[in-house]
Ligand binder design. Structure first.
Ligand SMILES: [Zn+2]
Length: 292
């Protein structure tokens, strides 16, 4: 009887110990996936911004806000905007915008599932309004190593110091509005994912030269495209396919992942096997040297 009692006491102690270790491990692993910045998930070690985002925003605002600002360039391919990878290798960086807003907050699941099945890396430029409307999907995309999340603005505005218009959308009208358009979404993405976007593409892909400089001061590079892949998701399947087959080494095609009824997914699905056959491989924009 005495031996039995000792065995059962020892077993209880052992079980208690195992439970303690398991609980502690859970706590440890949980604390590893969370971060002081309240990042919900990290797919690789969290990047700490070299300066506090709010400090950086204030510094850039102080630099620009009381100046008389007169832009000299306006458009999609102006000085400072990168449109290609500097390479002669047959690599291309597919980029997909998610614009948000009443007509732009849908999710092209067919397209994203195809990229996943084919293991095609892609860079996703995502607007704050799309994130708000698709939080769970956004986190799924952010957790997927195939996809690199970048900044497509807060209210999807052309980036201008003077309210210039593109595609019927009136742009920002001041340095303050430009800085908010970039940094509100930058902060949202950082707080949700723990990753700080390195690239910015404005709503409509239009900028003036001062807005490009301000974006640089905020720590981001403006990136547009050399191949118009779906023309604002208005192209038919065969037009998307034809556009993608014009790529050259280092191309950055611009397409959309927020218009499931467009020809984009089918066009991409038709073009990618041909591009692979022609020897092209697919890369993220990060870690590439970009040129105008
Ligand atoms: Zn857009």
């Amino acid at each position: 009887m005495k031996t039995l009692r000792i065995i059962s006491v020892l077993s209880l102690l052992f079980l208690g110990g195992v439970t303690y270790v398991i609980l502690n491990q859970q706590n440890t692993s949980r604390s590893n996936t969370y971060d002081v910045t309240q990042a919900v998930f990290t797919k690789s070690p969290v990047k700490q911004p070299s300066v506090n985002l709010q400090t950086r925003t204030n510094d850039v605002l102080n630099k620009w806000q009381d100046q008389h600002l007169e832009a000299t360039e306006w458009g999609e391919h102006i000085s400072g905007v990168k449109n290609k990878i500097d390479t002669e290798e047959k690599i291309i960086a597919l980029t997909f915008d998610a614009c948000g807003g009443t007509w732009g907050e849908k999710y092209d699941e067919t397209l994203i599932n195809f990229l996943k099945e084919e293991e095609i890396p892609a860079t996703l430029f995502i607007n704050a309004r799309w994130i708000e409307a698709n939080k769970e999907t956004f986190m799924m995309l952010a957790e997927e190593p195939l996809f690199s999340i970048q900044n497509h603005g807060t209210n999807h505005l052309p980036l201008s110091v003077s309210g210039q218009t593109a595609w019927g959308i009136e742009g920002t009208t001041s340095a303050e509005e430009i800085i908010h358009e970039v940094m509100d979404n930058q902060t949202l993405i950082y707080e949700m994912t723990g990753h700080l976007p390195e690239f910015f593409r404005s709503g409509t892909a239009h900028y003036d030269d001062l807005a490009v400089q301000m974006t640089q001061d905020l720590g981001l590079t403006t990136v547009n495209y050399d191949v118009l892949g779906d023309a604002g998701a208005t192209y038919s399947t065969s037009e998307v396919e034809e556009a993608l087959l014009t790529v050259v080494p280092g191309s950055i095609p611009l397409l959309h992942m927020n218009q499931p009824k467009s020809g984009t997914a089918e066009g991409v699905m038709a073009a990618i096997p041909q591009l692979k056959e022609n020897g092209f491989t697919f890369v993220h924009l990060v870690d590439q040297t970009l040129v105008e």
